[in-house]
Ligand binder design. Structure first.
Ligand code: AMP
Length: 600
């Protein structure tokens, strides 16, 4: 009972009278308003009387009398506002990082084992003493003279003469025979880099001689391996060249064979064998090479994966990998295939990436896996060949076919006509045949025989005009093309650079005529305008009159336009190609989540 009273007393001490909820709310509101007023008063005082002790007390520590919201607002005010330029650069960096994240060029095994190679492959070649003695200052002067830009640790010296490159005399004779007398800029720097075993990113415009830069070292490495220990049945390859298209692969394969033949025909050197591993051909035709073992393989990714999966050969001894037109390879969706191919390598290899255009996305893709790479850049990446006179003409959509005939009169043959879609190629081809023009056509839906017939008859000057979709623009070497006509403007400026690069090769001047009209996107017209300006070409009035959003960035080309696609008329934030890629990824993800992704 006593205890009961005690409890009652305690309760009475703590007694709080009941307050209706409405009133409690009003009181709370009032308390909050008073607090805010105090905060404002203090802030006003602090701005009138900066540095006072009272002010210090408010600024420091968890301030009970200032709401968190107000504290945050106040803190934000203290951080200086970023300029528009800073914000834009930050945004660009963020996009670039996101792009680079998934693109490492390492094999699945290497990334799983955490294998990182730190030293380049060692070869028996080194620059001659007389070149080394010239010193880095002299070497830099040579680079500047030939407009060669290099990046990377311990740069390898450039060499201006084939005679100084310690090449076998048979190769020197072979080059003379082909009228290749002095190395081109990419060869001056690229050959010594490749011969020393260094990884490399080679950026050079089409027709600059890049094929020789990666083919010749491969032939020499293969020769050295064969001399040391001849390949026996089922062995090889020593090195590999990956190409995005069958035609390009065949052309490179022919080049390797020509050099191998010159070596073996001299009687001084053994036979070297190459395998052409591309779709659309019967691999049984090369059964003999497969059986006897081969030193070199030139491949397109699809057929190569197929052969490797079927264990027709392996890459256990492959020490040299070159990806030609690396940017195309990624753009064409071969990225995962390339990574799968990497998983077949058993040891470190020398990796070379070559391309006419090399936007940052590829450099990031490559730099993650290359060992102490040297970037050799001849002319700005993505820049058009300066030996091409670029004429851009406004031609209405329906007037193009008739105007095409007129345009063909500009130069003697051979002439290359590009159109974006297959139907247009077929229509143009048919129209030209009707008009009595000796024309052939090539596009993705033609059979392998039709494609080869078209290319061979055009290359051997039996046909005057080749009408093609962009497949034919990818690195194919047609000597002496006088005129490239773009029946339409490609959707991406890189394709334009590749297309017009078919003419003006090996130092000869060519003409490129491009039909343009309202069908072309504003973005591509702007990119074209900037490209023409950079190549010091005439800018037609309808392009000159275009309002230029790049002017908001100070009217100048900030570090070469878009770092994703290389277009000069926009920045990565406005890149239509990146936008399209994102949309595609989004669609794929959505169709996967809907469960209609196909599958097995
Ligand atoms: P690319 O596709 O860049 O390898 O261009 C190759 C074309 O240029 C081929 O027809 C070669 O025969 C030719 N070529 C390569 N190197 C040289 C050189 N140093 N001098 C003259 N022509 C060359």
């Amino acid at each position: 009972m006593r205890l009961f009273y005690k409890l009652l007393e305690d309760e009475e001490d703590d007694y709080v009278p009941y307050v209706p909820i409405k009133q409690r709310r009003l009181e709370k509101l009032h308390k909050y308003a008073t607090q805010r007023r105090m905060t404002h008063d203090l802030r006003d005082r602090s701005s009138n009387d900066e540095g006072s002790e009272e002010d210090e007390a408010v600024q420091a520590g968890p301030r009970a009398n200032i709401s968190l919201l107000d504290q945050t607002v106040q803190q934000r005010k203290q951080i200086p506002e970023k300029t528009e330029e800073e914000k834009r650069l930050e945004e660009e960096r963020r996009i670039e990082e996101a792009q680079a994240r998934h693109k490492a060029l390492v094999s699945v095994q290497e990334s799983a084992h955490g294998l990182i190679y730190t030293d380049p492959i060692k070869t028996s070649w080194s620059p001659p003493k007389c070149i080394l003695q010239q010193g880095e200052e002299f070497h830099q002067a040579i680079r500047e003279r030939y407009h060669i830009l290099v990046e990377g640790e311990d740069p390898v010296p450039p060499i201006r003469y084939f005679e100084d490159m310690k090449l076998p005399s048979v190769i020197l004779d072979y080059l003379k025979d082909k009228k290749i007398l002095k190395p081109s800029p990419i060869q001056i720097q690229g050959l010594p880099v490749a011969l020393t075993g260094r990884d490399m990113i080679g950026i050079a415009f089409t027709g600059s001689g890049k094929t020789l830069t990666f083919s010749l070292p491969l032939v020499l490495f293969a020769l050295e391996a064969e001399v040391r220990l001849p390949l026996v049945q089922g062995e090889g390859p020593i090195g590999m060249i990956l190409c995005p298209s069958r035609e390009l692969a065949r052309q490179t394969y022919d080049g390797l064979n020509a050099m191998s033949e010159a070596l073996s025909k001299s009687g001084k050197y053994p036979e070297l064998r190459s395998l052409l591993c591309i779709g659309g051909i019967d691999m049984r035709d090369q059964q003999d090479v497969l059986y006897r073992g081969f030193h070199m393989v030139v491949a397109t990714p699809g057929r190569l994966m197929d052969m490797l999966n079927k264990k027709k050969f392996n890459l256990d001894n492959c020490k040299y990998l070159c990806m030609d037109e690396a940017d195309r390879m990624i753009d064409m969706g071969f990225e995962d295939d390339v990574r799968t191919i990497m998983s077949f390598f058993k040891s470190q290899r020398q990796t070379l990436l070559f391309s006419a255009t090399m936007p940052k996305k590829i450099q990031e893709f490559a730099l993650s896996a290359l060992v102490k790479p040297m970037v050799v850049n001849v002319g700005r990446a993505g820049a058009a060949n300066l030996d091409v006179i670029q004429e851009v003409e406004y031609v209405k959509q329906e007037a193009r076919m008739v105007y095409l005939l007129e345009c063909l009169q500009k130069t003697p043959p051979p002439v290359l006509i590009f159109a974006e879609n297959k139907n247009d190629v077929d229509d143009i081809h048919e129209y030209l045949l009707l008009k009595g023009v000796e024309a052939v056509a090539i596009h993705g839906s033609k059979t392998q025989e039709e494609r080869e017939y078209a290319i061979n008859s055009f290359k051997s000057y039996k046909k005057d005009v080749l009408v093609a979709t962009d497949v034919a623009s990818k690195g194919l070497d047609f000597p002496e093309i006088k005129h490239v006509i773009n029946f339409d403007m490609p959707k991406e400026i890189e394709d334009y650079v590749h297309r017009i690069g078919r003419t003006g090769r090996s130092g000869k001047t060519g003409i490129a005529t491009t039909f343009i009209n309202q069908q072309c996107s504003e973005q591509i017209r702007l990119d074209l305008k900037h490209l023409l300006r950079e190549a010091k070409q005439k800018i037609p009035p309808f392009l000159a009159a275009m309002e230029d959003p790049m002017e908001k960035y100070g009217g100048q080309l900030l570090s070469g336009g878009c770092s994703f696609c290389g277009g000069l008329g926009h920045r990565i934030n406005d890149c239509p190609k990146l936008e399209q890629q994102r949309r595609q990824q989004m669609n794929t993800m959505m169709s996967r989540s809907r469960g209609d992704g196909g599958g097995f």
